[in-house]
Structure formats: C-alpha cells, structure tokens
Write a protein of this length. Structure first.
Length: 282
C-alpha cells in the first residue's frame, strides 16, 4: 500500500473518495445536486455507504465543458463544504482556482484536488504550500473545451510519468511539501480509451514517482464505449464496469479511487486488500 499522506489518516487499504458535483453540467450527475441541501444530503449518504473522503466540486471538467465564474463556483461549493466538514467529513475541494480553494479550506476542507496540477492557476500551489494541506496533482494538458486535441502520445505511460514528474517538481519548487502530494494519471483528460486502458494496465509503473496515486475512472466514457454495441452504454449503467476498475487499481496499489457509487466500491477495495494480504509471504 502507498505511503501515508501527510495531513491525512494512514491508508491501510485503498481509500474511497465519493464525488459530489454541485454543478448543472457534470457528465454523470449534473443538476442532481445543484442546490446545497441536496448536495449535503447526498454527501451524508456517501459517508453512510463507506466513503473515506468527499470530493466537492462546483465546476464541470467533462470534455467540452466551459468554465464558470469564480464567484459562482464558490457560491455552489461553500455551504456544502462548510456543513459536511462541520459534521466531521474529510472534504476535498475539487478546483483549479486558488480563490475557491482558499474559501473552501477556510470552511473546513482538508485537501485540494486540482485537475490542472497547478497549471491553470499558478497561485494555487503557493496557497496549498502556505496552508500546509494535501494536494492532488493530476496529469493535464489543457482545459476541457479543447483537451482532447492534445490526446497524442507515443508511449502514454512514459509521457504521463514524465509530465507528472515535471508537475511534482514544480509544485515542490513552489513550496508544497512533497509528502503532501498525491498524483493522478488523469484518466479521460486528454486521453483516448486506449490510453486509459494502458494506464490502468501499467499503473504500477507510476509508483516509481514515489507518491500515492488517485485514480478516477468512475462512469467515464471509455467504459461506456467498451460496454456498448451500437452506441456507448448510458452513464447510469456503467457502475459495474467502474467496480471492476476499482478492484484492479486497488490491487495495483492505488491510494484512493474517486467514485460516484460508493458502497460497491468500498466493498471492492476491501476485497482487493484481503487478496493482497493473503498473497504476502507469511
């Protein structure tokens, strides 16, 4: 299992991060939890189902998504973060903006999940460094509106590895404690389905970066394309495939998985942990 992340509980198994999209346009559940009350209730249900962490976001990063004003992003997430954190949940704020992250951390969030890896807002790594909180740095090649134009690789694992190494070095140079950094290969972000499958198959190679790995495959389009015949399987019918990926990456040593349907994935990481433990020499 990955080394523990400074500022978070030690991970004795792969952790489960439940998703709360406080957005009208996220690919999976956009609009379902757009008001604070419904998002808070959903967060409680995710915790009851076994979530270790909750990832709250107010800006969709699905392919083709347009950015929202920062004031609107903060308006969406702040009451959700504040209430769930006050109830004892470990909250991750899913944002690319230092202003949003600062507000969320003040409201009780305990880690920052930045899909741009510190590129979209150069002030975000410094904010994280000053706040001394864990920081998820994802592999990223551009904003959602045009990111798929950059899905060109010769060896996707080697290039993702090298680019994550560059981002790790950059955020550490900005003052972030390397022991607080979590890396994410960015499945679906400037990646084709083939790239995603290759990264999953060779995930262990990314452990050489020396930091815990977060994997977010839940309900993504590459699963729908695999399962569909004439057309991709609907988003609402991809949870079983998500579960399979969770078991595979947990067995490969992922620190956490980011998922929409928590309970079966919480079961899967425990099964993976039991199999891994049974395979160790006595």
């Amino acid at each position: 299992m990955e080394a523990p992340v400074a500022g978070l509980p030690a991970a004795e198994r792969c952790l489960v991060m439940g998703v709360i999209n406080v957005t009208p346009d996220s690919f999976s559940d956009g609009g379902a939890f757009i008001d604070a009350d419904s998002a808070i209730k959903h967060g409680r249900k995710l915790l009851a189902a076994g979530a270790d962490l909750l990832d709250v976001g107010g800006e969709s990063t699905r392919p083709g998504a347009q950015r929202v004003p920062v004031d609107e992003e903060i308006r969406r997430v702040l009451p959700v973060v504040r209430e769930l954190a006050a109830e004892g949940a470990v909250i991750s704020i899913d944002t690319m903006r230092a202003t949003t992250a600062e507000a969320a951390l003040a409201a009780g969030a305990r880690l920052v999940n930045d899909v741009s890896g510190g590129v979209a807002d150069p002030g975000l790594p410094k904010l994280v460094a000053d706040a001394a909180v864990p920081y998820v740095v994802m592999h990223w090649r551009g904003h959602s509106a045009r990111m798929q134009e950059h899905a060109v690789y010769t060896d996707v694992v080697r290039e993702v590895y090298d680019e994550l190494r560059e981002r790790l070095d950059a955020v550490v140079a900005a003052g972030v404690d390397p022991k607080r950094v979590i890396l994410d290969p960015g499945l679906g972000f400037a990646k084709t389905a083939e790239h995603n499958w290759t990264l999953i198959a060779r995930l262990r190679e990314l452990h050489a970066l020396g930091r815990p790995l977060l994997v977010g495959a839940s309900r993504k389009s590459f699963l729908g394309r695999l399962l569909g015949e004439d057309s991709p399987r609907p988003v609402s019918d991809r949870d079983d495939a998500t579960l399979a990926v969770t078991a595979l990456v947990a067995a490969a040593g992922a620190w956490a998985v980011r998922v929409h349907d928590v309970r079966p994935n919480a079961d899967a990481v425990r099964v993976a942990a039991a199999v891994t433990a049974a395979g160790r020499p006595s």
